[in-house]
Design a protein around this ligand. Structure first.
Ligand SMILES: [Zn+2]
Length: 289
C-alpha cells in the first residue's frame, strides 16, 4: 500500500500538522504501507515557495522520512511531486472528462452562485445554472457534472459513511476561469498517478471524500482505503491555548523545544496520550498505528 503526506505551501507547519504526520506515518507503519510526500501548491496565487524548504526541513527534524517524493534533500528543479510542476497531467485528465461529457464551462459570478444556491449542508451548493448552456471550457470556470446518487464508503476508523455530493456542493469546479486547478482535482489526479491506495486525512475534510470518489470513478479508478483521524481542535483542543495551536513548529524548534516534546504535545493534544510526556518517534508511531 502507499499513502501520502501532502502539505500545502500556504503556511508553516504547526502542531496540527505534527499530529497529522504522526497519523500518516503511524498508520503506514502499522499496515506496512509506504509514504510519499508531495507539495500541494496548485493554488499559484497563494503559494509561497519559502514555505517548501521550511516544511521539508521540519518534517525531517521530527524524524518523518518519506519513502518517495519530496524531501529536504530533493534536488532543485521541477518535480513530479510538486503540483505547480504538474499542470500537463491535470490538463490531460480534464481532456478525458471532457470527452466523456462530464465537465462544462460556468460563467457564474460568486454573487450569482450565492443567490441561486441549491441548499447544501453548511457549504456553498452550486445550482447547476450553466450545466446545459454549452459554454466553452476555455475562459470559464470548469465544473464536474455530478451524478445525483449517494456515495457509500467504508472508513477504517469511522466505518460506513454515506454522502450525496450533489446535495452538498453541487457540480464543483476543477479549474477556475483563470486556469488555476482546484485542490479536489489536483489531489485526485495526483493520487491516481502516484498509485495512492491508502488516504489518511483529518476528519474536518470528511465531507469532501464522496466527491473525490466520484471524480476517481469518472477517471476510471477505484477509491483508495480511507482513514479520517480526529483533529487537535475540539474536545482535546482545550489542552492547548490558541497560541500553542497556531505556533509554527519551526519557531518551537528555534526556541529549543525538542522533536520529542513536539511529538508528545501533538499526541497528547490529539487524544493519543492521556498525560503529556516527551515521546521518541518510535513510541509516538506505535500510539498512532
Ligand atoms: Zn455557472
Amino acid at each position: 500500500m502507499i499513502t501520502r503526506f501532502a502539505p500545502s505551501l500556504t503556511g508553516y507547519l504547526h502542531l496540527g500538522h505534527a499530529l497529522h504526520m504522526l497519523q500518516v506515518w503511524g498508520i503506514a507503519r502499522a499496515r506496512g504501507a509506504r509514504v510519499l510526500c508531495r507539495i500541494e501548491d496548485h493554488d499559484l496565487a497563494r503559494r509561497r515557495p519559502v514555505y517548501e524548504t521550511a516544511i521539508l526541513s521540519t518534517m525531517e527534524w521530527l524524524g518523518f522520512v518519506p519513502d518517495e517524493g519530496m524531501t529536504a534533500s530533493s534536488p532543485d528543479g521541477a518535480s513530479d511531486y510538486r503540483q505547480s510542476d504538474c499542470g500537463q497531467h491535470y490538463a490531460s485528465a480534464l481532456r478525458l472528462l471532457e470527452e466523456k461529457g462530464l465537465v462544462y464551462g460556468c460563467a457564474c459570478s460568486r454573487r450569482q452562485i450565492l443567490d441561486e444556491q441549491a441548499g447544501g449542508e453548511g457549504e456553498l451548493c452550486y445550482a447547476g445554472t450553466c450545466s446545459r448552456k454549452g459554454l466553452p471550457l476555455q475562459g470559464h470556470a470548469v465544473r464536474f457534472r455530478l451524478p445525483g446518487r449517494e456515495v457509500a464508503f467504508s472508513d477504517l476508523r469511522l466505518g460506513e459513511c454515506r454522502q450525496v455530493p450533489r446535495l452538498q456542493c453541487g457540480d464543483f469546479p476543477l479549474r477556475d476561469r483563470h486556469g488555476q486547478w482546484t485542490y479536489q482535482f489536483a489531489c485526485v489526479c495526483d493520487d491516481i498517478r502516484h498509485g495512492v491506495d491508502l488516504v489518511v486525512r483529518g476528519e474536518d475534510i470528511l465531507p469532501s471524500t464522496g466527491r473525490q470518489i466520484l471524480l476517481l470513478e469518472a477517471l476510471g479508478y477505484p477509491p483508495p482505503a480511507y482513514f479520517h483521524h480526529p483533529l487537535i481542535l475540539g474536545a482535546n483542543g482545550e489542552k492547548l491555548s490558541k497560541r500553542q495551536r497556531s505556533e509554527s513548529l519551526s519557531s518551537l524548534r528555534e526556541k529549543g523545544v525538542s522533536a520529542a516534546e513536539v511529538l508528545g504535545r501533538a499526541a497528547h493534544a490529539g487524544g493519543l496520550l492521556d498525560a503529556y510526556r516527551p515521546l521518541a518517534l518510535e513510541d509516538a508511531l506505535a500510539l498512532a498505528g
